[in-house]
Write a protein that binds this ligand. Structure first.
Ligand code: NAD
Length: 250
């Protein structure tokens, strides 16, 4: 198949679900070879059925450096290079400041912040010169939303990493940019609710709070990621695409 990413190789952390899966499907459709990661083998296998023959799956935890090393070694063996790295794996833990536990804080920070940092560091030997790296932040990173302090701080850190990394990697023409979503219809809401009905209600409420009166789809995020991965965005360096349905103005 011929597409805008023909002959490119992409790694998408957390590509087994939600936004990452949407990006993986779109990249594969555009001709890229796609390696996805996730923590659960069944979820990875189901995702690969949707991605098709251009996809491979590697199980691992982005907060574990040995898992990241193994991930990139596997990709190098299989495909020889990485043209696009999407650092998307993340978790969403919310709770009041007075009750937030050290364990919740450490998990949020280990996966969303430390995981993002080392996902890029460990990829460096396999990233091609001129590669595109996309870090997934969140629109809450610049907002004061109750119960979101730790999550928001990790997502602000991700934006900061994109700026620092891109300055540091310019000698290799590696561009590092941030994709910043508002609320997106993904399974992440089920991780902070006790039933599917509650998750649906939460998504509806978030949609209604957004000026466009709905949450986004993963496909809408994938369209922006496609631009950022492609050679159409070669002047985009240390920058951000904010896709939040107008939420930033609130
Ligand atoms: P999701 O729960 O559907 O997907 C998260 C993915 O990350 C899964 O594949 C999961 O296996 C993976 N993951 C989680 N912890 C991991 C770990 N320790 N090691 C390896 N993989 C791990 O969620 P999503 O909504 O698609 O979220 C994707 C990214 O988008 C996250 O970084 C999230 O913070 C961000 N985001 C989501 C929204 C939203 O409204 N859904 C909004 C803004 C930002």
């Amino acid at each position: 198949m011929s597409g805008i990413l023909t002959n490119k190789v992409a790694v998408i952390t957390g590509g087994s679900s939600g936004i990452g899966l949407g990006i993986a499907k779109r990249f594969a459709k555009e001709g890229a070879k796609v390696a996805i990661t996730g923590r659960n083998q069944d979820t990875i296998d189901k995702a690969l059925e949707e991605i098709g023959p251009n996809g491979i799956g590697i199980r691992g935890d982005v907060s574990r450096l040995d898992d990241l090393t193994r991930l990139y070694q596997t990709v190098e063996k299989k495909f020889g290079k990485i043209d696009t790295l999407v650092v998307n794996a993340g978790i969403y833990i919310v709770g009041p400041l007075s009750m937030f536990t050290e364990e919740q804080f450490d998990r949020t920070s280990d996966i969303n912040f430390k995981g993002a940092f080392f996902s890029v560091q460990k990829a460096l030997p396999v990233l091609k010169d001129g590669a595109s790296v996309i870090l997934v932040s969140s629109t809450v990173n610049g907002k004061g939303i109750p119960n979101h302090a730790a999550y928001s701080a990790t997502k602000a850190a991700v934006r900061s990493l994109a700026r620092s990394f891109s300055a540091e990697l310019l000698d290799r023409r590696i561009r590092v940019n941030t994709l910043t979503p508002g609320p997106v219809d993904t399974p992440i809401f089920s991780t902070i609710t006790t039933s599917e009905a509650e998750a649906t209600a939460m998504k509806e409420a978030m949609g209604n709070f957004t000026p466009v009166k709905r949450v986004a789809t993963s496909d809408e995020m994938a369209a922006a990621a496609l631009y950022m991965a492609s050679d159409e965005s070669t002047f985009m360096v240390g920058a951000e695409i904010l896709l939040d349905g107008g939420l930033r103005d609130l």
